[in-house]
Design a binder for this molecule. Structure first.
Ligand code: NAD
Ligand code: ISE
Length: 338
C-alpha cells in the first residue's frame, strides 16, 4: 500500500520532509501540500506532483490524504492535530505538539476519546543511532543506575526572531524528550541559570543558558544551551552511573591530519546532524501507518510532558527560581498506571 501524505507547512523542515518522503522513504507519496503562503506551497508541491490544498482543514478532510504531516509554525499545530484526530487520520506533528499545556491536554483527551493512538510527535533523537546505542547501554545495567547527565546543545547562530524563551521551548525541548526516554524517568523540576551572555548575539537574547533538571528518581541533569556558539552544530550527552559512564558518539567523519593538525568535522546544522535519524523516524512511522497499526514513536503524552517541562523552564528563566513541572500521572491509555 502506498501511504498518501498531506503536508501542512512548506517551510524549511516541511520541504526537507517532502524530499525525504518522496526520495528516501519508500511506500509513500506526497499528494497535497498547504501553507498560508500559497506560493511556498506551490513551489514545494510542483516537483513531487502534489496538489496545493486550500488550507489545513481541506487537506485533512480530503480523500487523497491517508495521513497528515504537520510542519507549520508551532502555535498552529494544535488545530491541525485536533482536526486530524476528528477525521480519524494518523498525524505526524513536528515538535512541539502544541505551544501551551492546555492545548496538549486537549489533544491527549481527544485521542483518548478516539480510542486508539493516531498522533506521533517529531522528536527524532529517539531514532539517532548514537542515542539508541546509549539507551542500550543504560538499559543493560552496564553503568549501574544513572546519577548525573551532562548535556550541551549548541547552534552556530540564530536569527533575530529567536527569543530567550525559545532556548527551552524550541531548542532544549529535544533534550527534554530524549532524556525522559533515555532514563525512563520523569522530569519533576527545572531551573535556569545564566552566565554572562556572548557578545555574538542579538541584544534581546540571553545566551548561553544553563538548565538544571531533576527527575523523579533523583537524577540531576545539566544542559548548556548555546545558540550562537559560532563553530558548528554540536550535540553532547554523557550519562554518569554508579559503575561507569556512557557518552553520545559524535557523528562519524574522516580524521584529517595536515599542517601539523589533526581534525574531524563538526556538523553545521540539524539537517545534516540528524539526517539519518529523520530517515529512520519516517521509515518506522510510514511502516506503522501502512500496516494500519498505531504509531510506536513519541506520543501525544510525550508531547504534553515536553511542553509542560519547557514551560516550567521558561518560568524559571523569567522568575529566577526552581519551578516544579507538575506533570500529571500518565494515563493507562499512554502506558501508565493512572
Ligand atoms: P518555517 O518558518 O521555515 O516554516 C513554517 C511554515 O509554516 C511557513 O512556511 C509558514 O508560512 C507555514 N504556516 C504557518 N502557519 C500555517 C498554517 N496555519 N497552515 C499552513 N502553513 C502554515 O519553520 P520550520 O523551521 O520549518 O519549523 C516548522 C516546525 O518544525 C516548527 O514547529 C519547528 O519547531 C519544527 N522544527 C523541528 C526541527 C527538528 O529538529 N525536529 C527542526 C526545525 C524545525
Ligand atoms: C530548531 O527548531 C530545532 O529543532 C533544532 O533541532 C534545534 O537545534 C534548534 O535550536 C531549533 O531552533
Amino acid at each position: 500500500m502506498t501511504v498518501r501524505i498531506g503536508v501542512i507547512g512548506a517551510g524549511w523542515i516541511g520541504r526537507e520532509h517532502i524530499r525525504r518522503l518522496t526520495g528516501t522513504v519508500t511506500g509513500t507519496r506526497v499528494t497535497a501540500v498547504t501553507d498560508i503562503d500559497r506560493s511556498r506551497a506551490a513551489e514545494a508541491a510542483a516537483p513531487v506532483g502534489a496538489r496545493v490544498a486550500a488550507d489545513g482543514a481541506e487537506l485533512i478532510a480530503s480523500d487523497d490524504v491517508d495521513a497528515v504531516l504537520v510542519t507549520s509554525w508551532g502555535p498552529t499545530h494544535a488545530e491541525h492535530v485536533l482536526n486530524a484526530i476528528t477525521a480519524g487520520k494518523p498525524v505526524f506533528c513536528e515538535k512541539p505538539l502544541a505551544t501551551t499545556v492546555e492545548d496538549c491536554l486537549r489533544i491527549t483527551e481527544a485521542e483518548t476519546a478516539n480510542g486508539r493512538r493516531l498522533v506521533q510527535v517529531g522528536f527524532m533523537r529517539r531514532y539517532d543511532a548514537g542515542y539508541r546505542q546509549m539507551k542500550q547501554v543504560i538499559d543493560s545495567g552496564a553503568i549501574g543506575e544513572p546519577l548525573v547527565v551532562h548535556c550541551a546543545h549548541r547552534n552556530p547562530t540564530v536569527p533575530e526572531s529567536y527569543t530567550s524563551d525559545m532556548a527551552a521551548l524550541d531548542t532544549a525541548v529535544h533534550e527534554v524528550d530524549v532524556l525522559r526516554w533515555l532514563l525512563d524517568d520523569e522530569i519533576v523540576s527545572a531551573q535556569v541559570v545564566t552566565p554572562r551572555s556572548t557578545r555574538k548575539r542579538f541584544a534581546h537574547l540571553r545566551d548561553p543558558q544553563i538548565m538544571l533538571f531533576e527527575t523523579a528518581k533523583g537524577v540531576r541533569i545539566d544542559l548548556e544551551v548555546f545558540v550562537n556558539c559560532q563553530y558548528g552544530y554540536d550535540i553532547q550527552c554523557e550519562t554518569v552511573g554508579e559503575e561507569g559512564l556512557v557518552r553520545l558518539p559524535d557523528p562519524a567523519s574522516p580524521a584529517v591530519r595536515t599542517a601539523a593538525a589533526h581534525s574531524t568535522r563538526v556538523p553545521t546544522d540539524w539537517v545534516g546532524r540528524f539526517a539519518d535519524a529523520f530517515d529512520t523516524e519516517f521509515r518506522e512511522w510510514v511502516a506503522r501507518v501502512a500496516a494500519g497499526a498505531e504509531p510506536t514513536g513519541p506520543s501525544a503524552w510525550d508531547g504534553y510532558a515536553a511542553t509542560a517541562i519547557t514551560r516550567a523552564t521558561v518560568t524559571s528563566l523569567q522568575e529566577d527560581r526552581t519551578v516544579a513541572t507538575d506533570i500529571r500521572p500518565r494515563p493507562a491509555f499512554y502506558g501508565g498506571a493512572a
